[in-house]
Write a protein that binds this ligand. Structure first.
Ligand code: SF4
Length: 366
């Protein structure tokens, strides 16, 4: 999805870090309780130091909604997170994304036109009343609205199993279309006892997603061909290398990793699960972690009595999260001090209502 962030004034683009840090501190002091900064776990430390709360996208959005005095919610994360925050926060709260180019490559792998086309194709082949659409929270608000409108639900990596089970329990003939992350969908289906023969992959670039009518009629799960470019990088070879080096170490990965990696790991779970597991482990524990590198490094720094390393020594940070930096944060805050709101993320009312329905459905399930 193309979004255009205008270039920063040279005052910010050419400033050094100490000037930017001073500016952010000053703006935060002036704005006081009117400002609440959210920092996603995958953000770099120089941003996290200014966050009033850190967490995953849903937890942060729910927290922001409770900060009734905060007029400005600055979301140091990516676009779909800021949209979710706008959906869940109060009407008079303004959600701001410091860099509009901070998208999510996975969320951008499914757009509403492609999903609508897929739905229309399925309608001609199967009883659409039995198809339950589930979207991972890492998706545009329009997709959340689509599932809200069509009897489905949003899910997160923490509750995907419960949400998929809820969808399966709707009817013995339930069929699930899961987007945009094929891996979370596949890993969740396996967790519930299904295997590859129950699933097909839907490639939006191909007719009928690359399937024939029989395959679509028989499949229990239609998995959208999307992935996270960061988590998909972790491989079985990474796990083997880690185990050769640390025979007593444990491998813990995020379910956005491929099924082969999740199957081979000792533990798999959401960001929250990874943080809690490592934090609760005894001194001396060794972990090879398959998730975003800023979080892995932070966990290593916060757990100096344990060994916490990335499974992939060459892993890059999430490039889109990385777009949020001191320059953009300082710029956006100085504008707020001057009374100017820029980079506001606003979901239109109709989309918001339907997306909220899908989010509320998820919160009722779990
Ligand atoms: S880590 Fe992956 S899923 Fe998360 S924001 Fe980055 S690209 Fe998207």
């Amino acid at each position: 999805m193309f979004r255009m962030q205008k270039p920063l004034p040279s005052k910010f683009s050419e400033a050094d870090n100490s000037e930017l840090i001073d500016s952010i501190k000053k703006s935060k002091d002036i704005l006081g309780e009117k400002l609440f900064i959210l920092g996603h776990h995958y953000q770099r430390d120089e941003i996290i130091q200014f966050a009033d709360a850190k967490g995953d996208s849903l937890a942060l959005s729910k927290l922001a909604a409770k900060q009734a005095k905060a007029k400005y919610i600055v979301f140091c994360g990516v676009h779909f997170m800021a949209e979710a925050a706008d959906i869940l926060t109060l009407d008079d709260q303004i959600v701001i994304l410091p860099d509009l180019n901070a998208g999510c490559s996975m969320a951008d792998m499914a757009d509403i036109d492609q999903i609508s086309q897929c739905w229309q194709d399925l309608q001609a082949i199967v009883d659409i009343q039995n198809v339950v659409p589930i979207t991972y929270i890492n998706s545009a608000a329009t997709l959340k609205a689509f599932v809200g409108q069509n009897g489905g639900s949003v899910c997160t990596s923490s509750n995907a199993k419960s949400v998929v089970k809820w969808a399966l329990d709707k009817s013995p003939d339930s069929k699930i279309i899961f987007f945009p992350d094929q891996h979370l969908g596949r890993n969740t289906a396996f967790e519930l006892g299904f295997d590859h023969s129950d699933m097909v992959l839907w490639d939006p670039q191909l007719d009928l997603g690359g399937n024939d009518k029989k395959e679509l009629t028989e499949a229990k799960f239609i998995l959208w061909k999307g992935h996270c470019s960061i988590h998909q990088r972790f491989s079985v070879a990474n796990i083997n290398e880690f185990r050769q080096q640390y025979s007593t170490g444990q491998v813990i990965v995020h379910p956005e990793c491929s099924h082969e990696v999740v199957e081979k790991a000792d533990l798999a779970g959401s960001t929250d699960f990874i943080i809690k597991t490592i934090t609760a482990a005894p001194a001396g524990a060794i972990f090879g972690v398959g998730t975003e590198i800023h979080l892995v490094n932070r966990l290593a720094n916060e757990n100096t009595d344990k060994t916490v390393i990335s499974l992939d020594p060459l892993i890059c940070p999430c490039a889109t999260m990385f777009r949020i930096d001191l320059k953009h944060l300082a710029w956006i805050l100085e504008l707020l001090v001057e009374g100017q709101v820029t980079n506001q993320i606003k979901v239109n009312e109709k989309t918001k209502a339907m997306a909220k329905l899908a989010l509320d459905r998820m919160l009722e399930i779990v």
